[in-house]
Design a protein around this ligand. Sequence first.
Ligand SMILES: [Mg+2]
Length: 381
Amino acid sequence: MSQTPSRADTAPLAIRRVDPIAVVLPLKKPMFMGGGQRFDHAQTLLVRIEAGNGLVGWGEASAAPTMTGDLLPGMVAAVSDHLGPLLVGRNALERARLGRELAVAIIGNTGAKAACDLALFDLAGRHLGVSIVELLGGAVRDSVLTMCLLGNPDIAQDVADANAYRAQGYDCFKLKVGVKRVEDEIEAAFAVRKAIGPDALLCADANMGMTFAHARRYVTGTVDAGLAFLEQPFRDYDLNATAALARVSPLPLCADESAHSLENIVEWRRAGAIGGANLKTIKLGGTAATLRTAVVADSLGLALVLASKIAESSIGTAGLVHLGYCMPNLDWGINPTSHYLAEDLVRAPLTPVDGNSARPDGPGLGIEIDESAVARFRARL
Ligand SMILES: [Mg+2]
């Protein structure tokens, strides 16, 4: 067998066109988060990159006004006016070089950059006949702990959901807190712990919705419920309050809205504020950037979560799952969100089985896009 790569592997893969597509997808039921946020629909950006040879790669990123500040019209404009023109005519196989150029082509807009980056991975993988896991250097684990969210207005419904998820094999649960009275939230932690048993991972995410008194009472009041961590009790900039809480908290704190960048994560770790971080490609600007951040976070001894925002379709989920298999120190699991959608954009939607998210088979993302569904849910901005 020849050791010389075929021309198909080494020839440039010219990018012919880059299209941003805004979609709005209905959720199965409303989600409630800290600070009184309610979500009925998912707003998400797709990026479709077409090569000169006709191959197409897809990427996705959620609009996240309270996390990245990205809004759908702005994400579309970032791709159509800045990122897309930079990519057209370039070699899609030079992802590292293109990633560096995308990072500085426009300030912020990490969601739009992440969608472009994922589409480049998908396109390169389809061209080379390998999965994104293989493009990232291979898997470091055989399964990924998959988290489900409990975000109902009342405790009985959280318990009912927990029981239903437990019956499906899930063993990683996140309570949305910072919404109700603190004593009700403590009661919910104990009720859910009772429902899921002593061994399942249980954590809580306040999405910046707590006061210091609320958070302090919550972390001390839930000690015997065995929470693994409390995520983002305070506003994204509030390092001092988070470090002060960490000094009295019996459980580690996790940064999410505060973890905008690798630099933030290093700073908050050095200040003693966090024991872990929730990584999202939409915050860090892409799959490659998130893996680099994960490697540094691992060297700092941080536990990690890898999550989508509420909610991405199975396009984003496939990217999340591939990355999750390659990230070190994914102690706190991954949080895909496509199974919260009433409608999806792929032929075979990805659904966790027995609490695990299997790696999609096939090159690139390993999924088949349903372009008629993409057209049906396309948003008129
Ligand atoms: Mg969070």
